[in-house]
Design a protein around this ligand. Structure first.
Ligand SMILES: [Zn+2]
Length: 300
């Protein structure tokens, strides 16, 4: 439908609503209706920078998992299937208003064991789907999937196609490419198959010292300020949780929004003038520094 040619009664009603809002803003703020309108337009055209923070590898450790699912704000939480506390922690996360993801174990290059429920290159299509269904069934409230490890499997177009087809059959799931290898095709195959998708820009805690995490977090904020939004992945390490518990409550005063994956996906679907720019390949390469090929491992 052409939104510029609505019929007249709708146009009049929407104009009246708009003026009503401006007059309300005027009466509250003391701004003239014109200034209030300009403020409204400016706010819509340049939303505050948004960050997504995904904490994955949750499920083996109850205390660390509880801290992760209780982090301030709409932090996104990703759970390893068939781990001891995943089901219970996913329920707590959902109650705390967090998006819940399946952190899907995938075969890595280095022969490291991705853990229970892993999908591998050797699987037939039927084994692949049976494994994925059991993984999804093991975590309640799943809204999306990201890869755990997977430096071998996310390079395989056929495996990624099976995954995205399964996501489409189930419906209403998004995919986040953790980018454990620079050669991943996972996000590309997701896009080609119409699966809502994001990619990780920054790993917060490949190095688990407070100083290193703070540097990575500043990289995340700078990317978000420059591009409108940025996506980080962290893990339930003590140092990461200490840092985020202290740092996240400060962000609102700095004009940064923490948003869920689903909110950022919706925001990126807005018309171009309202949409955050996508980072260019060069910016991503510089943002990734040396870490795109790092494999993240579960830590009990
Ligand atoms: Zn992981």
């Amino acid at each position: 439908m052409n939104r510029r040619e609505p019929n007249k009664p709708i146009r009049f009603a929407s104009a009246a609503r708009r003026w009503g809002r401006w007059l309300l803003v005027f009466s509250i703020t003391g701004l003239s209706p014109w200034a209030a309108a300009q403020e409204t337009l400016h706010a819509a055209a340049s939303p505050k920078p948004a960050i997504v923070i995904i904490i994955d590898d949750i499920g083996d450790n109850l205390d660390a998992g509880l801290r992760a699912v209780r982090l301030p704000g709409p932090v996104t939480t990703a759970f390893l299937p068939h781990t001891r506390y995943a089901r219970r922690l996913a329920r707590v996360a959902h109650r705390h208003g967090k998006d819940v993801m399946l952190h899907l174990p995938m075969q890595a290059d280095d022969g490291a064991t991705p853990g229970p429920g892993a999908i591998t290159l050797a699987m037939s299509e039927e084994e692949f789907h049976r494994t994925l269904q059991a993984d999804l069934a093991s975590i309640p409230h799943v809204a999306g999937i990201n890869n755990h490890m997977g430096s071998l499997l996310t390079r395989q177009p056929q495996s990624m196609l099976w995954l995205m087809q399964a996501i489409n059959r189930r419906g209403a799931l998004f995919f986040v490419d953790s980018r454990t290898t620079a050669a991943t095709v996972a996000q590309q195959v997701a896009a080609e198959n119409g699966v809502p998708n994001l990619r990780r820009d920054v790993f917060l805690d490949n190095e688990t010292t407070a100083a290193a995490i703070a540097i990575q977090f500043e990289r995340l904020l700078n990317l978000a300020r420059h591009n409108g939004s940025a996506v980080a992945i962290g893990h339930p390490h003590g140092a990461t949780l200490d840092f985020l518990e202290q740092r996240l409550p400060q962000l609102e005063a700095e004009g940064i929004r923490i948003v869920s994956v689903q909110t950022l996906l919706q925001q990126r679907q807005l018309p171009a003038t309202h949409q955050a720019a996508q980072p260019s390949a060069t910016e991503l390469a510089s943002a990734n520094g040396n870490d795109p090929a790092r494999e993240t491992h579960a830590t009990p």
